[in-house]
Design a protein around this ligand. Structure first.
Ligand code: IPE
Ligand code: IPE
Ligand code: MG
Length: 263
C-alpha cells in the first residue's frame, strides 16, 4: 500500500516508457462481424491478443498493464454472450496462469467479484496468491469493474475502518482503499475500436493519464500498434497543471522534462 501515489498530491516522475498502461480492449465484436463470424469468435481472438500485449509490454519495460475485460455495464449484453465471456475467463485462467508465473508476472483482478461463480473467484484468488511476489510486470484485469463502483467501495470501506472520517476526509485518506492502490496512476490510456469514451473505466485514476484512441480493433492491436501508442505518448508534454515555460526551467537532467528528452 505504501506505493500509493497521486498526481494531484505530487507531480509524478516522467519517463520515456510509461510505467502504467491501461487499455480498453474494444472492438472484438466488430472484428468478428467483418469476417462474418459470431461475436464470440472475436472474443476468442481478443483473449489471444492479451497474451501478445502482455509480452510486448514486458519487453518494453512497462511495469503495470491494466486491461478492461468486462465492465459493470456489460451484464446488459445478451445472456449467452455474458455466459460465454465468463467461460472464456475461466478457460484463460486455467490455461495461462502457470505461464504468467513462469514469466515472473504478477496477476491481479479488480472489480466486484461478488457476482462471479465460486469457481471463477477461486481461480482468481489462487492466481493472485501464486503470482503475488512476481516482479517483472503487474497484469491487472478489470472484471465487473466500474469506476463509480470503485469510488463507492473505497469510501464505504474507509468509513467502516475509520468512522470519524464521516465528518470530512482528504484524498490521502481515500487512496489506500481504491482498488488500484498498489499501482501508480496510469501514464498512458489506450482505447482500441474507434470509440472515444472512458465507459466507466478507471475514473479516478485517469485524472492525468495521456489518452490515446485508435480505430484498430483489439484483436488486431499488435506490438507495432503498441509502439505507435507509446511513440504518441512520448510526444506529449505532461504539465500536471503547470505552464510549458515552467517545464523549460526545469534542469535538463530532471525527469520532469518532456517525455522524449528522457529517452
Ligand atoms: C470488447 O469488445 C470486449 C468486451 C466488452 C467484453 P466488444 O464486444 O465491445 O466489441 P464491439 O465493440 O462490439 O466491436
Ligand atoms: C468497454 O467496452 C468495456 C470493455 C472493453 C470491457 P464496451 O464495448 O462495453 O463500451 P461501450 O458500451 O461501447 O461504451
Ligand atoms: Mg464494444
Amino acid at each position: 500500500m505504501s506505493t500509493t501515489t497521486s498526481s494531484t498530491i505530487a507531480i509524478p516522475k516522467i519517463r520515456a516508457i510509461p510505467r502504467h498502461v491501461a487499455i480498453i480492449m474494444d472492438g472484438n465484436g466488430r472484428w468478428a462481424r467483418q469476417r462474418f463470424l459470431p461475436r464470440i469468435a472475436g472474443h476468442r481472438r481478443g483473449v489471444d491478443n492479451v497474451r501478445s500485449a502482455v509480452r510486448a509490454c514486458a519487453e518494453k519495460g512497462v511495469e503495470f498493464l491494466t486491461l478492461f475485460a468486462f465492465s459493470s455495464e456489460n451484464w446488459r449484453r445478451p445472456a449467452d454472450e455474458v455466459s460465454f465471456l465468463m467461460q472464456l475467463f475461466v478457460i484463460a485462467l486455467e490455461q495461462e496462469v502457470a505461464k504468467l508465473h513462469e514469466n515472473n508476472i504478477r496477476f491481479k483482478v479488480i472489480g466486484d467479484l461478488s457476482r462471479f461463480e465460486p469457481r471463477l473467484t477461486r481461480l482468481i484468488a489462487d492466481a493472485e496468491q501464486l503470482t503475488r511476489d512476481n516482479t517483472r510486470l503487474t497484469l491487472t484485469v478489470a472484471a465487473n469493474y466500474g469506476g463509480r463502483w470503485d469510488m463507492i467501495q473505497a469510501v464505504t470501506r474507509m468509513l467502516k475502518d475509520q468512522p470519524q472520517l464521516a465528518h470530512g476526509f482528504a484524498e490521502a485518506d481515500l487512496l489506500p482503499y481504491l482498488s488500484m492502490a498498489y499501482a501508480p496512476e496510469p501514464d498512458l490510456f489506450i482505447r482500441t475500436g474507434g470509440e472515444q469514451r472512458i465507459s466507466n473505466f478507471l475514473l479516478w485514476q485517469l485524472a492525468y493519464a495521456e489518452l490515446y484512441f485508435t480505430d484498430t480493433l483489439w484483436p488486431d492491436f499488435d506490438a507495432t500498434a503498441l509502439e505507435q501508442a507509446i511513440a504518441s505518448y512520448q510526444q506529449r508534454e505532461r504539465r500536471f497543471g503547470r505552464t510549458s515555460e515552467q517545464l523549460q526551467e526545469v534542469p535538463a537532467e530532471s525527469p520532469l522534462r518532456r517525455v522524449t528528452e528522457g529517452r
